[in-house]
Design a protein around this ligand. Sequence first.
Ligand SMILES: *Cc1c(COP(=O)(O)O)cnc(C)c1O
Length: 233
Amino acid sequence: MSDFEAPDSLAQPFQRVRSQIELACQQAQRQPDSVALLAVSKKHPSAKIKQLHALGQNSFGENYVQEGVEKVQELSNLGIEWHFIGPIQSNKSRLVSEHFQWVHTLDSEKLARRLNEQRPEHMGPLNVLIQVNISEQSSKSGLHVTEVTDFAKTVSKMPNLKLRGLMCIPAPLDEAPLKADFSKMHQAFVELQKNYPQVDTLSMGMSGDLSSAIECGSTMVRIGSALFGQRPS
Ligand SMILES: *Cc1c(COP(=O)(O)O)cnc(C)c1O
């Protein structure tokens, strides 16, 4: 029709982010389809999710249980793959287990047991990523990287959870120490893959550091502001 785009159109940022992923893959000599894009839609209205979905994006990540569940229900006809990427309080685990296909923030046996027990049979196993506190920040969630092997063993015995890999949110670091953390994650990921053939996902990289994350082996970047603009406060 025309080149005109509404000022709030998501087409341009979507294209820009996909080009950035492609370029980072090229520079790292990786296949362009080896990195999945997860659109992080927290605090943005369902209308924006619909818009991005219409442009071809099918995986979305939410951080807050109540808000996420509302969107999942409202948009249930779109066939979106929903990822939960925020912290999960025990009393909210059931809602997550009943509405999402993925959880990126598995970090305790208690939470794993609850999600496993609460997963509805008809939905199939819940895909889970173990969150690693890779920068060893005292106040942050996630396991120490040395704890991954034992925890993976526990999780892999739970029939309603499917262990798919690892996730991290590193500290805000300069490029060199950040890449060192990303590389430690990749190493742990490769180790995990040796024992669990279904492990295929390393969730790392956000709007500000996706190229570094891809260079270090990320297979899924979680992108919010670069796609949707600043989040409403
Ligand atoms: C908000 C959030 C993102 C997206 O961050 P941006 O910097 O907006 O891309 C990714 N991962 C997690 C866990 C988040 O909470």
